[in-house]
Design a protein around this ligand. Structure first.
Ligand SMILES: [Fe+2]
Length: 387
């Protein structure tokens, strides 16, 4: 643990996503701090409305029960000034960065920023955008230091009281690795069917998570599994002789039947292939390619390995195996909540599972997950790997 972490854990500093109650409390504080400034009550109204509509995520840093800093992520371009041309799919806009005066320049906001970017990355956002006043050199330097280095454009922002300021917008990629991000961007923006299916699996995963909230089955298939399979599928198809679209659609849809709790999980490949077939047919996807996606999904389960005949099927299998190494933290929920294991047993369960998965990874791909595997194997306590 870093010194900062030790110190601030002792200080009882936590970062969290705000509730509506937190939101009201913080905005009333800001209004009280800025008496006579008519912007603040209007900003409060907008913030509460956006939160209720689900188009914003407010992040708060709380020290000993007091909100001392905040930042907001706006997920819908309609609610962002000057969003035209800069907020494409996968982008999120960051704003309302504030730290109470007495807590500035002590690292609190930086921790909140890291917490927020990590959360947004896990939600599947690929790019974060922020705006900074043209005249504000100090913040420009700071944001540059944080990695917001891609200049997008300059625009005018208008405050509720009519004040106009010139703002420059910068972005930062939330997924590491140039090539993968670039390819992903290209696919998401140019390829309608892939993006449609990605949205469909996200929607179904969110619905399932909502239905199972608070139960031992609570799970978000996209966030905890599919997005990683997709990541590896894109990565591996880059230099492979495969139909990339078939690989990507198969990666996104291969476990789709898991979002329907009424279906038998042991036959998830059969149900999944039928569901994918129906979805793609509704989109008038070409029949020949549709059948290849269906075959990938049907044969991705290990009991049907002998029926795999195409490179796309092999690639999906590799991507599915690699993805386990990105999501080993959710294995803890399975061990702990579902199987009722204690922390020591859970660690052993995770280590055994990953040992088996690692053995099954193709030799030339093992380097992709070697570091994670080593870290999990070397852990003496579950806390070391849960972070
Ligand atoms: Fe899978």
């Amino acid at each position: 643990m870093e010194i900062w972490d030790c110190y601030h854990k002792a200080q009882n500093y936590v970062c969290k996503i705000a509730s509506l109650e937190d939101l009201n409390r913080k905005w009333d504080y800001e209004i009280a701090q800025n008496p006579g400034d008519g912007n603040w009550p209007i900003w409060k109204e907008e913030a509460v409305e956006n939160f209720k509509k689900g188009v914003s995520i407010p992040y708060y840093g709380i020290l000993n029960g007091t909100i001392i800093c905040e930042a907001t992520a706006v997920t819908d371009p309609q609610y962002v000034q000057n969003s035209e041309g800069m907020m494409r799919e996968g982008a999120v806009y960051l704003c309302a960065f504030r730290t109470n005066d007495e807590f500035q320049e002590q690292g609190y906001f930086s921790k909140l920023k890291d917490f927020m970017l990590e959360d947004l990355r896990k939600r599947g956002f690929t790019k974060a955008i922020l705006g900074v006043a043209v005249s504000d050199d100090w913040h420009q330097k700071m944001y540059e230091h944080w990695g917001f280095t891609d200049y997008l454009k300059t625009g005018e922002e208008t405050y509720p009281d009519g004040t106009i300021i010139d703002v420059e917008y910068y972005s930062k990629k939330l997924i590491q690795g140039e090539s993968y991000t670039d390819i992903l961007d290209q696919i998401l923006h140019e390829n309608g069917i892939v993006e449609k299916m990605r949205q469909e699996i996200i929607r179904r995963s969110d619905l399932f998570e909502e239905q199972t909230k608070g139960t031992k089955d609570e799970y978000n298939l996209y966030r905890e599994h599919v997005q990683y399979v997709y990541k590896y599928a894109v990565m591996l198809s880059k230099d492979a002789a495969v139909d990339k679209e078939i690989v990507e659609l198969s990666a996104l849809l291969h476990d789709i039947s898991m979002t329907d709790p009424s279906l038998d999980r042991s036959k998830h490949n059969e149900y999944g292939s039928a569901m994918a077939e129906q979805l793609l047919r509704e989109q008038h996807y070409p029949e020949e390619k549709l059948q290849l996606v269906v075959k990938c999904i049907l044969n991705h389960s290990s009991k049907r390995a002998q029926y795999r005949t195409t490179p796309e099927e092999e690639l999906l299998e590799c991507a599915d195996g690699l993805a386990h190494f990105d999501a080993y933290k959710s294995l803890y929920s399975l061990a702990h909540k579902v199987m009722g294991l204690d922390d020591e047993q859970s660690l052993k369960f995770i280590q055994d599972k990953l040992t088996k998965d690692y053995a099954e990874i193709r030799e030339d791909l093992k380097y992709l997950v070697r570091d994670v595997y080593a870290r999990v194997m070397e852990a003496k306590t579950i806390r070391e790997i849960l972070g």
